[in-house]
Design a protein around this ligand. Structure first.
Ligand SMILES: Cc1cc2nc3c(=O)[nH]c(=O)nc-3n(C[C@H](O)[C@H](O)[C@H](O)COP(=O)(O)OP(=O)(O)OC[C@H]3O[C@@H](n4cnc5c(N)ncnc54)[C@H](O)[C@@H]3O)c2cc1C
Length: 428
């Protein structure tokens, strides 16, 4: 039993690969362990609120990886542009500069700090020289000397790469992000109705030529003679090709012996990003802000999702979501996480006095994996496994740990699309 192509995992990566294959007439079956689709980008509805699994926007809007992947199945994402970002400093909000001109005019930094950051940015624009020998962002900035400049780099790295710890962030990844953000008018856009729009578009494409089976946890893959010969769920399924679209850290535990140790080690050792996500479903409106709300110290950010897309909350109510990145190794320290969570809520309460009294219901997620890899030195695309598994001809990889451009969801879409193209060529 089985389809021509078996896809393991119904997150963005697996759904993208399966949808492109189905759109090209290939018979696919997606096996998903849980009862819902979307993985880390799942959504749910409660009391009239439509809530994503944490704050989900797509980098660069129509020019980003999500839009590009969906165009491959003939679907154009309906994005809602977000408003201008604001930053919370000295107990009030000020516009966060998004371009060179706004930056020069803004009061965000003193003249001296502006001069320092401009010289840093010029040095970074020559970052081609780091390509061979990537270094942590902190080493090429003067952040340690000047608190405000360091804080701004942390903030930019946090927002763009979900990696505010500039003592590990890759300079190459940072420069790549900044260059693209400067070229693209939209740094991020919100898909109307959130991730549900994307998941529904991908799953309808899959249903044209295949099926999605939820509650189907794959236990292992049998590999014999350089081929996957079986995918074990309750029974053994067979396909001409298999796409593994579960975060790669789980890959070594699911395959039989015989694959190169070095490759398996590369999969299991990738360090993800982590943090706390809080959704607040409010009985009343507390703010009209429709762009990101950014806090510089500690770096965290949020949005009033229902100000961007009113359909995500019932009339007169409000949905707001906040994300606070933390080092993954700290997530097991319950006491630390609890105190950071309280700190986060206290700052939000300071920003919007009375907000906590308006909570109809809330959801707090402590997440050990947000993006599958942190864009730190040694984890950029060239170091992570690609879509192929050495020595196995019909096994392909997708998802946000696999080597593909971007970070987070971008990588899941881009790798899903890459894996689908490779499978199409393998089958032809
Ligand atoms: C709070 C939060 C906010 C985020 N915000 C953004 C954002 O704004 N922009 C952005 O681009 N990205 C964002 N991301 C990252 C983005 O959600 C992920 O990069 C993306 O969803 C990863 O997709 P994936 O397919 O690689 O993996 P996953 O979503 O993890 O999908 C893997 C799927 O495989 C299933 N599975 C696991 N084991 C098995 C098994 N043995 N058998 C069968 N199925 C299995 C899982 O249940 C899951 O459905 C955010 C993530 C979080 C958590």
């Amino acid at each position: 039993m089985g389809a021509d192509v078996i896809v393991i995992g119904a997150g963005y990566g697996g759904l993208t690969a399966a949808a492109i294959l189905a759109h090209n007439g290939v018979e696919v079956e997606v096996l998903e362990a849980t009862g819902h689709l979307g993985g880390r980008a799942a959504y749910y509805q409660k009391g009239g609120f439509l809530v994503d699994y944490g704050m989900h926007a797509n980098r660069y809007g129509q020019r980003g990886s999500a839009a590009k992947a969906l165009r491959e199945i003939g679907y154009k994402i309906d994005f809602i542009p977000m408003g201008e970002p604001v930053v919370y400093r000295d107990s009030s909000f000020m516009p966060f500069p998004t371009g060179v001109y706004q930056f020069m005019k803004s009061e965000y930094l003193s003249r001296m700090d502006k001069a320092v950051i401009i010289s840093d940015m010029v040095r970074l624009s020559l970052a081609r020289t780091f390509k061979k020998d990537d270094v942590p962002l902190e080493e090429v900035t003067r952040g340690t000397d000047r608190a405000e400049v360091g804080s701004l780099f942390k903030l930019l790295s946090g927002l763009g790469l979900v990696s505010p710890d500039i003592s590990v962030t890759s300079t190459v990844a940072f420069v790549t992000f900044m260059r693209k953000a400067m070229r693209t008018r939209e740094a991020a856009a919100y898909p109307r109705h959130g991730t549900s729009q994307i998941i529904e578009a991908l799953s309808s494409a899959i249903e044209q030529s295949g099926k999605i089976t939820t509650g189907s946890r794959v236990k292992s893959l049998s590999i014999t003679g350089g081929k996957v010969t079986g995918v074990r769920v309750k029974e053994e399924l067979r396909g001409k090709a298999v796409i593994f679209a579960v975060p790669l850290q789980a890959f070594p535990g699911m395959v039989s012996d015989g694959l190169p140790d070095e490759f398996l080690e590369r999969c299991s050792s990738v360090i993800p990003t982590a943090g706390i996500s809080i959704d607040l479903c409010l009985s009343d409106k507390v703010s009209d802000i429709d762009g990101f709300v950014i806090n510089p110290d500690p770096v965290f950010w949020g949005q009033f999702t229902s100000n961007v897309d009113p359909d995500t909350a019932p009339e007169g109510k409000q949905l707001t979501t906040w994300y606070y990145p933390l080092p993954v190794e700290m997530l097991d320290d319950q006491k630390f996480v609890k105190s950071e969570q309280e700190k986060l809520k206290a700052v939000i309460d300071g920003m919007f006095p009375g907000i906590m009294d308006k909570i109809e219901w809330e959801r707090v997620l402590r997440l050990k994996m947000v993006d599958g890899f942190e864009p730190r030195v040694g984890q950029t695309a060239e170091y992570r496994p690609g879509t192929r598994v050495p020595g196995v001809e019909n096994l392909f990889l997708a998802g946000d740990v696999v080597s593909a451009p971007g970070s987070g969801g971008d990588v899941a879409f881009a790798s899903g699309s890459l894996a689908a193209r490779e499978v199409l060529s393998f089958l032809s």
